[in-house]
Design a protein around this ligand. Structure first.
Ligand code: FO1
Length: 316
């Protein structure tokens, strides 16, 4: 029973899950997903990280964008544009169906967990897709140029091309882990922190009361995958954000970021020279090819991670 729990953001996490589902039976795999990116627009509740994972694992995601659906049309957005409505966040015509369904069920009193499971099942996913919390948790970016803005305003409207001086996760302190989250984290043989953005994808998950403490207690079973390769994020602003918020954009910087919660850091062969610095932080480095350019590469990375002895064995 190799129960595996994966702490997930969006695109990078979806790629790793594409590899894990090849080797871990669905009943033994859970994705615990960030909801800090969620946004209410046009009266609809959009959950980008949950949807990116769902569409990717369903084989329906737009390869070009990494989010939204392949073969999407944008007629509703064109109509919005005609009226001068808010069209800075592109919601495809098919994607809107997901948000209509989710919003209706949330308004009927169903939880985000229940609705996410129904959507995942409808797309044929066999692993557990769990929002980290069913409570309202929103990532807020503090910027000099625009003051406090929501994550999607930062990421999309301003193309994350604005320096952040602080990040906070509104609602996190009083939020509760969603059903199953702590149980999966407690009983998983391995907890993997996917190569998602440590600042705005992983930290919001760790900010839900009980999650960080549990990972600290089980840090020997926690394996993080560095999203920074050669000092750069493959996609998105992780490198810049880490620097802006006091970290360093390197594998060693990621090891430092996760030092308390992860006993092992998987870093790319490009960063093999960082291994000593990672080890000096009390984090075990594990070096392999982490660029998941194909599903085969995702599977190879999944195999590598699952074959790693938990760091306590390595320590003994
Ligand atoms: N990202 C963009 O860069 N531009 C968009 O217009 C956009 C729309 C969008 C709609 C639905 C959805 O699920 C994701 C969308 N994303 C868009 C991606 C999204 O901002 C990111 O996936 C995450 O929030 C960051 O991981």
């Amino acid at each position: 029973m190799t129960k595996t729990a994966v702490i997930c953001g969006g695109v990078g996490a979806a790629r790793l899950l594409s590899g894990l589902v090849q080797v871990v039976p669905g009943r033994d795999l859970a994705a615990i997903v960030n909801v800090g990116d969620d946004v209410e627009l046009h009266g609809l509740h959009v959950s980008p990280d949950l949807d990116t994972i769902t569409y990717t694992l369903a084989g329906a995601v737009s390869e070009e964008r990494g989010w939204g659906l392949e073969g999407e049309t944008w007629k509703a957005m064109e109509m919005l544009g005609r009226y001068g409505g808010d069209d800075w966040f592109s919601l495809g015509d098919q994607d809107l169906g997901t948000h209509l369904y989710r919003t209706q069920r949330l308004q009927n009193g169903d939880s985000l967990s229940v609705v996410s499971a129904a959507i995942a099942t409808a797309w044929g996913l066999e692993f557990s897709l769990l929002p980290v919390t069913n409570d309202r948790l929103r990532t807020v970016m503090t910027t000099d140029q625009h003051g406090d803005i929501g994550f999607q305003e930062y990421f999309v409207r301003h193309a994350h091309d604005v320096a952040a001086t602080a990040v906070r996760f509104e609602g996190a302190p009083t939020s509760q882990p969603a059903p199953g989250v702590l149980d999966w984290l407690e009983n998983a043989e391995r907890i993997i922190i996917a190569p998602s953005n440590p600042v705005v994808s992983v930290d919001p998950v760790l900010a839900v009361p009980g999650v960080r403490d549990l990972l600290q207690r089980r840090r020997r079973q926690v394996i993080a995958v560095s999203p920074i390769i050669g000092g750069k994020a493959l996609k998105g602003p992780a490198d810049r954000l880490m620097k802006e918020l006091g970290g360093t954009a390197s594998s060693a910087g990621v090891a430092s970021w996760y030092q308390e919660v992860a006993g092992t850091l998987v870093l790319d062969t490009i960063d093999a020279d960082d291994a000593a610095a990672v080890e000096a932080l009390g984090v075990r480095p594990a070096i392999t090819d982490t660029i998941m350019s194909t599903v085969e590469r995702s599977s190879a990375l999944a195999d590598f991670i699952l074959a790693l002895p938990c760091s306590e064995e390595a320590a003994s």
